[in-house]
Design a protein around this ligand. Structure first.
Ligand SMILES: *Cc1c(COP(=O)(O)O)cnc(C)c1O
Length: 432
């Protein structure tokens, strides 16, 4: 169920009017629905709980992918629901801790972890490093040695399955930079197991994002399971298996697999495998979802500044831009655009919705039929994931404010930046 719907002709987030929010906090403005966030997380948590009744307690952990939306309020709500976190930088670890998240439920992904980031993560005793290469393994071993610790490690294997998604968000093919090749995985595990300051605890993969079908994920699972069995034969017994994130959401007319259905199939296979083959203790299952938890829980509110009606095209110039929501410019991504107030008298025309940034790539939506007047409010839909986290200050544009709606209450969870803050860290060189 969508938590963004019309009431008396005005688009609301839960019971809160988006017109009222724009009035109070100005635009561009990100608005999130707490209830949507809770429900999307619960789709994972409930399936995991059902699975745990059949397996061991504590047999699954959802590690929300922080990079999809890292606002402290979002992280805090998920932490209260028991979420773990998948991070890709030291900065994200500090965010998780600031938001009240448990660092021992944190897994650290990414191909380029720095030394300081490794030290920081070790000092907080995170659950696991998802290691993506042999050189990274050696660096981590050395740093853990310096600090007198053992680093818990999972290897990210690249199962070479086609996620059938946009090339920029497909990560599980041989040609991608992520993970170690499937064929090399056994050797990498042998290397890792022999290192003195490394504890091999898991295996992970993440094959891509915005997957509509779970077949590629189940195919990846089968390949990962094969490796777990082969490793067990060499006495490398893993404690967890992490299948990554990647379930897609509705932006336009997509029909993504329901999270509950996917997890039912996935746990079905895992249970069948356990009974048939796997000799080890109950293996824990980890997930790294981002978009499917937060994507449809947020919209970007923007105000129409000017209408330009031309011979070839009509443009609606709005006050949000590619620096606020980069996905259209970066991936030619589609976002729905809804008028916050319905029933306007003006005639409907076909518009490109564009921002003020000096780039032709600065558009948010193309060829949309809208009946617009200057000053109208638009909601760019499904903007909760990879929206604010990808925002920049290009054109010295302060980033948007963020509001979390809970029923009929709105909480400002990030203030709008001021222009002065944007250059506060800069200085001019003094004349010698
Ligand atoms: C981005 C990312 C995710 C989250 O992907 P979604 O498509 O948002 O679910 C999970 N794991 C890793 C390693 C990632 O890089």
């Amino acid at each position: 169920m969508s938590h963004f719907s019309y009431r008396n002709g005005v688009l609301h987030a839960e019971q809160t009017s988006l017109s009222a929010l724009a009035e109070q906090y100005a635009t561009p403005l990100y608005v999130y629905s707490k209830q949507a966030l809770v429900e999307n997380f619960s789709a994972y948590a409930d399936a995991c709980r059902a699975h745990e009744r059949g397996a061991a307690a504590d047999a699954a952990l959802v590690c929300y992918s922080v990079k999809s939306n890292s606002n402290l309020a979002v992280l805090n709500i998920l932490a209260q629901l028991g979420s773990g976190f998948d991070i890709v930088s030291g900065g994200e670890l500090l965010r998780v801790i600031a938001a009240g998240g448990d660092p021992r439920k944190v897994i650290f992904s990414g191909v380029g972890k720095g030394r300081d980031e490794m030290r920081l993560a070790l000092s907080h005793d995170i659950l696991c490093f998802n290691v993506e290469s042999i050189p990274e393994l050696h660096r981590l071993n050395a740093i853990a040695g310096e600090t007198g610790q053992r680093a818990r490690v999972s290897l990210r294997v690249n199962p070479n399955v086609d996620a059938k998604t946009h090339p920029y968000i497909s990560t599980g093919l041989k040609e991608n930079k992520f993970g170690v090749a499937y064929e090399d995985a056994m050797d990498c595990y042998r290397t890792a197991a022999a290192l003195p300051n490394i504890d091999v605890v898991g295996i992970d993969c993440h094959i891509g994002s915005q997957l509509l079908d779970d077949a590629p994920l189940l195919e990846a699972l089968d390949k990962v399971i094969d490796l777990v069995d082969l490793l067990a034969q060499e006495d490398i017994v893993l404690h967890h298996l992490d299948i990554g994130g990647g379930i897609g959401i509705i932006y336009d007319d997509e029909v993504p697999v329901a999270v509950g259905d996917y997890l039912k199939r996935l746990f079905g296979r895992i249970n069948a495998w356990r009974e048939a083959k796997y000799q080890g203790k109950g293996i824990k299952v980890l997930f790294e979802p981002g978009r499917s938890i937060v994507g449809n829980a947020g919209v970007l509110l923007t105000e129409v500044q000017y209408l330009k009606h031309g011979a070839e095209k009509n443009f609606a110039v709005v006050d949000a831009a590619m620096n606020d929501l980069m996905r259209p410019a970066l991936y030619e991504a589609y976002h729905g655009v809804q008028q916050v107030e319905q029933h306007r008298d003006s005639a409907a025309r076909t518009y490109d919705v564009v921002g003020p940034v000096c780039e032709s790539g600065d558009w948010l939506a193309r060829n949309r039929t809208l009946a617009l007047q200057e000053g109208d409010l638009l909601a760019v839909m499904s903007a909760g994931a990879y929206g604010m986290t990808m925002a920049s200050n290009y054109n010295t544009r302060p980033r948007a404010a963020e509001v979390m709606v809970d029923g009929d209450k709105a909480h400002l969870v990030r203030q709008r930046e001021s222009a002065a803050q944007l250059f506060a860290l800069e200085s001019i060189i003094s004349r010698g």
